[in-house]
Design a protein around this ligand. Structure first.
Ligand SMILES: [Zn+2]
Length: 135
């Protein structure tokens, strides 16, 4: 949601996650103490907070990400969003949405359509709150 390139798979085994992090230079975020300790120094961060909101605040603070949030990415697949002409999505959104909205974005990977007033506004509000708390 903050625009950072992330990978999530709660079915991948420890070895798969470790290899992926090393290969793609990713930092592993985990609540698994043993997995965290098995990673190279700096290659992982133990997530200790219970609630997702607090977890995100901790991560943003720990990696000093406050000023680096980018436009939101797709909440389904992590793809980048791009503006799309309204005329091109007429049959892809509910009629009421098409009548009342003017700005649309589409995920470049899975093609999911986003528009203000729903998902994007919630994400942007969430990001603003995170910035206030963490900044
Ligand atoms: Zn997507």
């Amino acid at each position: 949601m903050l625009g950072f390139d992330t990978f999530y798979n709660n079915r991948a085994g420890d070895d798969v996650l470790k290899q992926l992090c090393l290969k793609e230079h990713r930092v592993l975020l985990t609540k698994d103490v043993a997995l965290h300790k098995s990673m190279p120094v700096g290659g992982s961060r133990l997530v200790e907070a219970i609630y997702p909101r607090r977890q995100l605040e901790d991560i943003v603070a720990a990696f000093q990400l406050q000023g680096f949030a980018l436009p939101p990415r797709c909440s389904l697949c992590n793809g980048e969003l791009a503006q799309i002409d309204k005329a091109l999505i007429k049959d892809l959104v509910p009629p009421y949405v098409f009548r009342t909205q003017t700005i649309f974005q589409r995920c470049q990977s899975c093609q999911k359509i986003y528009w203000p007033g729903t998902h994007l506004d919630k994400i942007n509000l969430f990001i603003e709150n995170i910035r206030k708390v963490s900044g």
